[in-house]
Write a protein that binds this ligand. Structure first.
Ligand code: TMP
Length: 249
């Protein structure tokens, strides 16, 4: 999938001045990320999310990581390539954050500043899950990069598409039989690797229950779609309540 913003974006001028940290976590937009293991169906649900927001007249962009800008999509191609030799895990981590920095500066932060919603298919939770728990890299090291690249900017909400690893691999195998050329470096990893990823996501969700909304992705596509709509309604309600509190103050 090439996100609409990525392929035809006319390169904007490079942003070299970052927003001061005290302002970055109170941008007017709403930042929602989608996370989960391979074959969890989160990308398929993008159309449900898009339709939900359009029906309510909410201005939004949808994008993905690694990727989302031309430079970041070029980095993505390197990260997912199966015809390159295996790279050092630190290289992989730094490329993820290099792509993320570009994506934040060129696309995500400007959209949040304009008051738009940003729907991002994967973000930094994936770096903790895949590079931290999956590859065994130091979590404090990832936290340092997170602080450097994002300051205090964090997603407002994260929809976690959770699915049993065996089931998701069966789904991925079915998809890959049809689309063999598109099996990427991460999809080629072992079951054990993917079990670690799932456990990592569940652990992070338990640590931040106010941010994460778990979606049972083992259900039918229609049932997952209903759960996604319920999650978005919950987010709208919470944002309205937060807005009301700010207005009273
Ligand atoms: P996807 O577009 O199919 O989700 O593929 C992106 C792959 O990149 C996926 O396997 C997860 C991986 N990834 C990381 O390992 N770390 C990250 O920080 C991100 C954003 C993605």
């Amino acid at each position: 999938m090439v996100p609409p913003d990525a392929s035809n974006t006319k390169a904007p001028e490079a942003r070299t001045v970052s927003i001061p940290d005290e302002k970055i976590n109170c941008l007017p937009g709403c930042f929602i990320t989608l996370e989960g293991g391979e074959g969890a169906g989160k990308t398929t649900q993008l159309s449900t999310i898009t339709a939900f927001l359009q029906q309510r007249g909410i201005r939004f962009i949808s994008t993905r990581e690694p990727g989302g800008t031309r430079v970041s999509e070029a980095i993505r191609a390197v990260l997912l390539a199966t015809d390159l030799p295996a790279m050092h895990a630190d290289t992989e981590l730094m490329l993820m954050f290099a792509a993320r920095n570009e994506h934040l500066q060129q696309l995500i932060i400007p959209a949040l500043q304009r008051g738009e919603w940003v729907i991002c298919d994967r973000f930094t939770d994936a770096s903790y899950a895949y590079q931290g728990y999956g590859r065994g890299l130091s979590l404090p090291r990832i936290a340092e990069l997170e602080q450097w690249v994002q300051g205090s900017l964090r997603p407002d909400f994260t929809l976690l598409f959770d699915i049993d690893v065996q089931l998701s691999r069966q789904r991925a195998a079915r998809r890959n039989r049809v689309d063999v050329a598109n099996v990427d470096r991460f999809e080629q990893e072992t079951c054990d690797f993917h079990e670690k990823i799932r456990a990592a996501y569940l652990q992070r969700a338990a640590q931040e229950p106010q941010r994460f909304i778990r979606i049972d992705a083992s259900q039918t596509q229609a049932a997952v779609g209903t759960a996604v709509q319920q999650a978005l309604s919950q987010i709208l309600t919470q944002r309205a309540a937060q807005h009301a509190v700010r207005t009273i103050q």
